[in-house]
Write a protein that binds this ligand. Sequence first.
Ligand code: UT7
Length: 323
Amino acid sequence: MSLRSVLMGTGSALPRRAVPNSEMAQLVDTSDEWIVERTGIRNRYIAGEGETTSTLATEAARKALEAAGIDAADIDLIILATATPDQTFPATATLVQAALGCNGGIAFDVSAVCSGFLYALGVADSMLRTGMAKRALVIGAETFSRILDWDDRTTCVLFGDGAGAVVLEVQDSDAPDAPGILATRLHADGAHNCLLYVDGGPSTTGTVGKVRMKGREVFRHAVTNLADVLREVLDDTGLTAAQIDWVVPHQANARILDATARKLGLPPEKVVVTVDQHANTSAASVPLALDTAVRDGRIRKGQLVMLEAMGGGFTWGASLIRI
Ligand code: UT7
């Protein structure tokens, strides 16, 4: 008997306020043309009063539970990926647990920035298949707007806020085409931690800090690392790129999505793109894009879906799922 973590439902949440590029051009020396041409971003959502990482995460989780037809009381594991927790501690996952009223199971945060959801998914999959839990909520949620330097045009135009969640359930899966997570690969290379970071923290400055990024260098590493990890996951499963129905990438830059797809010989029609509407929502971006494509009917039962992300650390990873 083999066990698989099966994706039972997805959900997402966005702040109330949409901010188009034209508004960014009133804040810093930039233009709609520059942002669209260099990144593909046209819009982002920015959290307002009362909207935090935990409120967005809780809304996304509720929608995922509803889609899965699973009661919050049956969730015994919550893993939340974020770089913008409500507080330094406790883990934001425990705030979501309390809001959902499913106390008593396991709840913790993971920190891998834009790859955080892939890391959380990999950890949840391992815990489910080793019997530590039966049903998991895996969430990526961010209020990145709160750690942006709003005077720095090289970063502030790129990010947005939001949350995405999935419900996983461990099931027996003897049939080769049974649904579930087929393979996950995760990596980190700490030698590059100075190319994308926050210039503060509890143990150094005692402040929250702001995002700093050497964008061009991150871009270069992203395309190579992502193409490599996608190949690793395909090798693990014996599947080919041509068999993938959808790629749901981290939404950092439309040019990275295009370049990675091209390297693997995947047609652009198979890539889910939401960066135009959501911008880069860090750990939220993959589950937010996944939920978008599930709800609009593109991603359907039985299909093979590849998730992938790369971010600060550097960290990167990919996961292949049969829906
Ligand atoms: O989510 C984690 C992973 N993050 C990423 O994957 C981000 C990866 N990097 C990128 O997406 C791109 O490198 C950026 C979108 C950040 C930048 O695009 P680029 O084509 O690499 O531009 P650049 O940094 O080489 O800058 C080109 C020019 C510079 O001017 P000069 O030096 O050529 O005169 C910048 O000062 O564009 C200028 N610039 C801007 N101009 C207008 C930078 N930001 C802006 C801006 N508006 N917002």
